[in-house]
Write a protein that binds this ligand. Sequence first.
Ligand SMILES: *Cc1c(COP(=O)(O)O)cnc(C)c1O
Length: 381
Amino acid sequence: MKFNTKTIHGGQKNEEATGAVMPPIFQTSTYAQSSPGVHKGYEYSRGENPTRSALENAFAAIENGTHGFAFSSGLSAIDCVLRLLNPGDEVIAGDDLYGGTYRMFTRLFDKYGLKFQFVDMNEVINVTNAISSATKLIWLETPTNPLMKIADIAVITAKVKAQNKDILVAVDNTFATPYLQRPLDLGADIVMHSATKYLGGHSDLVMGALMVKDANLAAQIHFIQFAGGAIAGPMDSFLALRGIKTLHLRMQRHCENGKAVATFLKNHDQVGEVYYPGFENHPNHAIAKKQMDDFGGMVSFRLKDQRKAAAFTFLEKVRVFTLAESLGGVESLANHPSTMTHASIPEPERLKIGITDSLIRLSVGIEDIDDLLDDLRQALV
Ligand SMILES: *Cc1c(COP(=O)(O)O)cnc(C)c1O
């Protein structure tokens, strides 16, 4: 199946009892047994729920994996990946991560004896130099949130595996989605999503996803999820499945509008740097072009007036863009990373990687582009 068919049909079958084309919302915690231990494959919904299973099959299909898992949030999916490790193990992660990922690594899991190194993944050598005999996981986010840096998934994975094939490579694919980039095909072991964002696509749920292509790894993840309990509920699973069916159409428009907004900002006299991997002068444009099919709907930029007050004025003036956290929904959102999504990163760290008070991040939605550009024009004067 081609991708645009997979989003609709991948892993799906009509419901057996009625032929319902969409899986019903099986809003149940438990399932009748005819004799102790004799059941139809469902015992208790923390383990399995048919609505969640339908979604998990779609998750696996769109990332070209064999198994998918739906979690109660993106962060609980990351939490599950870290629970594959043991005290003393080391993780190498990018230095420009989603703020909540950074917070989990440095303030939750460091307590359990895991060690984290944060390196600039633009240079593959930074990753390979950081590998030790204790390294067990590489955590990649590309494009990064919010500076739109790009890491070369295929090259990093090949170099890491050449050094030690047992090191797991996990990719947070939230920004690109499988419409643009398929990390399992590039050699990664685990794909993670905040399905809250583009996969759900309608800003109406919080959910995480993991996708893998190895049965042994899938069994470990299934056990951790079942034993730890961070599952997605049936109603949210239904909504996410419904969202995925239009992922390709939404992404096409996100990409078109993202390109138009980035170009508009680049040519505006009040705007300084624009961070968008589709520009030829983006430092990693060549890698982005190689591993992504287009450049997505996320654009970050700085105003020439670098004062915080100038950024705040812009963010208070936008009307079609909503000032809010999150991204990837049909509606356009604007965000001030240093006070909102990335406030949990200590200021010195934030400034070092470039998340200053002048930085603004846009999640460009699928509205009419004329209305989006008019809105930016009126907010920039
Ligand atoms: C939002 C986000 C997360 C966290 O996901 P939640 O669903 O909010 O728990 C992780 N990574 C990236 C890139 C995100 O944007």
